[in-house]
Design a binder for this molecule. Structure first.
Ligand code: GL7
Length: 830
């Protein structure tokens, strides 16, 4: 047997060194093999989609090698790991990103070319993985890219929704939602782990017994669902590390409720079990609002419970003492959505591991950290006690206990200041008692952070003021960032090449601060020429796309003015439309001579409205109505166009952002926690028209106020302006354009009255469109003036890119690693 064993080991070693090769022929061989054996098509006849599938599987093979070795390496070193828990990961497409990150893009392109395929065409075959709503979900995706690239021992955990964010279809200018069944044609980027499953419990009752002289609580659930792991390898750039995003799908539990089969109703017993799968079936499409639906709570508990079981299992593989958890595990809660996990960990430590409350509390409060992503209190999640107690009865008990002890402590400090106690309580009293999830997170997490400086300041001074006074040391700022790999290097390779050429290095792809060296050459006419040339090429690509989707022909000499993001009143797409109407009105009323001086613009608006958000849907309709009018007005011609880009998603963003001259981030100050789109645009040399809100403020600091167009009320003025609304008389220009809509200049009057009501007449104009209108128009004029001067614009554009080094998610991740998670890098050698 010893000899046999040695023979086997030798063989395995020999086999282990048979890694896939990355020369053109080896890649072709692996693609064609996948055509034949995975896709099951003939290698002599396969189409673009099949070629995409086979190519993806061949890339996946390479990812798996790197990922297996990374996981083995992590296992061996057993460092403290960071587990990033998020309900949303807005990944977009994977093919191009993977081969770029693995450093094999050119070889793949050549391999495919020789086989008669165009990589660029194949890339377009991939469906976006849209498991997120917008900024919050995309941020999580950027973070994973940075964590992998920086060699942190990290895992992402989330839900494998069968339906991602709905597809937006426009009919007669109205948004319709279509299900995004993105898994329809299979998903080559995931690996199903049939053996990695955990039971997740729901409902039922709690029984109290005595165990070892101590009270013991036993949760007897009445529903059990199985969580099955799906792994998604996330390769880092220019490193051998590939980390994991583990997403959970719900499957009926095989063990539970066996007796129901014995009642004779075999078929119904099975049908009832199928309900389990609904837990992971659909992503809730509302961003920033919650509806308190039971299914949503079940989703939250489902994914954190499975994740925690998985994390503890992995911990126990290498550690005997549960107290060491704090040295091996950091758990990041992305917004309040995974907060129930805090309670689930307490429950596990006490009920399953047998720890006493104090020890369990000591561990729990050290491992969790929390990021808040919103500015206004209304959007903070609250769960009605009734729902929570029904779905998770043991958890509600624990929450009450946490709250009791917390309030006892508060009383020692604040005595009978009952107002304060009521404000700070985890339980909100009132008609409908509810659990404040953000408060629960604040009480239990080691640190809490905001996502831009102004947001963190607002958290301290308004949103969580009481808690800041109590625990100032818990509060941190982590300004958001985006990955420059996907958002600059890969989606704008032309500009990337120029940057590399002038900096004489491509090291900016891992150290974005290097971009500041571009400042040295900003006046060089060669750089300016090259810069503008690439930007024109990008615009031409977008112009073709616009014509394809809307039939509208646009001139690439015009200024491309873009606002793409979710549709929200606070983001003020309506303000943008009003200024477009104003521009239209002005052009109509000037002489042909004066028209020659007008700077031509193509206004592009895109974004989805939450399905139940009526006003947002009217805004979309208005864009279409106004576009219809002015795109067909012969007086206007190429001077002004307005197009709506439907179904805005990650892939559309990759096309639009590199082609934009100007981008708008014009939320009412004090409303946008950070914004990350702005960072992508700035990096790509697009100028920003914005308010002093969210990350705009820091972008302005970095890029220079002279290279941005800033307008509008400041956050500290907003409350006062709101209070004075009753006496406020909007300017004449504002009344005129709103009047044009009301009077039917753009048709469809009946749809727009309610929208106009939000900003004039009886309306409150909560978002101060009327207040900011004139200063917005002034900023728009400054934009025209700058654009008319080609050199000046080129310079501003280069300086935008040069100033965006701070906004890499690499920087953000390093800050979290050092200041919140206390983790070290763990780099796999080749
Ligand atoms: C958001 C914020 O609104 C946005 O400003 C921020 O950039 C993003 C990431 O931190 O988080 N909060 C939120 O609920 N959504 C966001 O995009 C949906």
């Amino acid at each position: 047997p010893a000899a046999e064993q040695k023979g086997r080991t030798d063989l395995l070693f020999k086999l282990m060194n048979q890694y896939l090769k990355n020369d053109v022929f080896s890649i072709q061989k692996s693609i064609v093999n996948h055509v034949e054996y995975t896709v099951a098509r003939s290698r002599f006849k396969f189409d673009d989609f099949e070629a995409y599938q086979a190519t993806s599987y061949s890339v996946r093979d390479r990812l798996i090698e790197s990922w297996n070795d990374t996981q083995l390496f992590f296992k061996d070193k057993d460092p403290k790991r960071i587990y990033f828990l998020s309900m949303e990961f807005l990944m977009g497409r994977s093919l191009l990103n993977s081969i770029y990150n693995l450093g094999i893009k050119d070889t793949y392109a050549e391999a495919l070319r020789q086989l008669g395929f165009d990589l660029e065409v194949l890339v377009e075959q991939e469906r976006d993985a849209a498991l997120g709503n917008g900024g919050l979900g995309r941020l999580a995706a950027c973070f994973l890219d940075s964590l992998a690239t920086l060699d942190y021992p990290a895992w992402g955990y989330g839900l494998r929704y069968e339906y991602g964010l709905f597809k937006q279809v426009i009919k007669d200018g109205f948004q319709h939602e279509r299900p995004d069944y993105w898994l329809n044609f299979g998903n080559p980027w995931e690996i199903e782990r049939v053996h990695i499953t955990y039971p997740v419990k729901f409902y039922g009752k709690v029984e109290e017994t005595m165990r070892d002289g101590r009270k013991h609580f036993e949760w007897i659930p009445s529903e059990m669902v199985e969580a099955v792991a799906y792994d998604n390898p996330i390769p880092g750039f220019d490193t051998n590390n590939t980390i994991n995003l583990r997403l959970w799908a719900a499957k009926p539990s095989s063990e539970f409720n066996i007796q129901s089969y014995d009642t004779g109703d075999y078929v119904n017993a099975i049908l009832n079990k199928q309900h389990a799968e609904t837990i992971s079936s659909v992503l809730y499409p509302d961003d920033r609002t919650y509806q308190g639906k039971e299914l949503r709570l079940k989703q939250q508990h489902f994914f954190v419970s499975a994740s925690l079981q998985d994390i503890i299992r992995r911990f126990k593989d290498r550690n005997d003492n549960i107290n060491d958890l704090v040295n091996k595990v950091a758990l990041q809660i992305n917004d309040t959505h995974p907060t129930i996990g805090v309670v689930e960990l307490m429950r596990t430590l006490i009920d399953d591991e047998g720890l006493d409350w104090k020890t369990a509390w000591g561990i729990t409060t050290k491992v969790f950290t929390f990021t808040n992503h919103s500015v206004v209190p209304e959007v903070l999640e609250k769960w009605p006690v009734e729902i929570l107690g029904n779905v998770l009865p043991r958890h509600l008990q624990i929450i009450y206990d946490i709250n009791f002890l917390f309030l006892e402590d508060l009383k020692k400090k604040y005595g009978n200041d009952y107002d304060r106690l009521a404000r700070m309580s985890i339980i909100e009293e009132g008609e409908k008692k509810s659990v404040r999830m953000a408060t629960l997170a604040l009480v239990t997490c080691q640190t809490v952070n905001g996502v831009s400086e102004i947001h963190t300041d607002l958290m301290k001074s308004m949103l969580f003021k009481d808690f800041y006074e109590l625990w100032p040391h818990k509060f941190q700022n982590k300004t958001n960032g985006v990955t420059q790999r996907r958002w600059l290097a890969f989606s704008n390779p032309g500009l990337g090449d120029i940057i590399t050429k002038w900096l004489e290095t491509d090291a900016w792809m891992k150290n974005l601060d290097l971009l500041s060296d571009l400042r040295k050459y900003v006046d060089d006419p060669h750089l300016q020429e090259e810069w503008l040339r690439v930007r024109r090429q990008n615009k031409s690509r977008l112009a073709t796309y616009i014509e394809m989707i809307s039939g509208v022909k646009v001139s690439i000499d015009a200024l491309f003015d873009v606002q793409v993001k979710r549709i929200h009143e606070y983001k003020r797409q309506f303000l943008n439309i009003l200024s477009i109407i104003h521009r239209y009105d002005c052009i109509k009323n000037i002489s042909p001579e004066e028209r020659k001086k007008v700077v031509p613009r193509v206004c592009i608006i895109g974004g989805k409205a939450a399905p139940g958000y009526e006003i947002a849907k009217k805004i979309i309709k208005l864009v279409h109505a106004v576009g219809e009018k002015l795109n067909n007005d012969p007086d206007i011609g190429h001077l002004l166009k307005l197009v709506f880009v439907p179904d805005y998603n990650v892939s559309v963003a990759e096309l639009v952002i590199p082609a934009s001259d100007l981008s708008q981030h014009i939320s009412t100050a004090g409303n946008e926690a950070s914004g990350t789109g702005s960072m992508k645009f700035a990096m790509n040399g697009c100028l920003i028209l914005g308010t002093m809100d969210g990350a705009n403020i820091e972008i302005r600091e970095e890029i220079g106020h002279e290279n941005m167009f800033i307008f509008g009320a400041r956050a500290n003025e907003v409350p006062k302006l709101r209070a004075q609304r009753k006496e406020f008389q909007p300017p004449r220009e504002f009344r005129r354009v709103v009047g044009m809509i009301r009077n039917g200049v753009f048709g469809h009057q009946e749809h727009f009255q309610a929208l106009c009501d939000t900003v004039d007449g009886q309306g409150e104009d909560l978002y101060l469109l009327g207040n900011d209108f004139l200063s917005y128009l002034e900023a728009q004029e400054a934009v025209d003036k700058a654009f008319a001067d080609r050199n000046r614009w080129a310079k501003m554009s280069i300086l935008s890119t040069a100033g965006s080094g701070k906004f890499s998610s690499d920087r953000t991740m390093k800050e979290y690693a050092e200041q919140s998670w206390d983790i070290q890098t763990c780099k796999r050698p080749l």
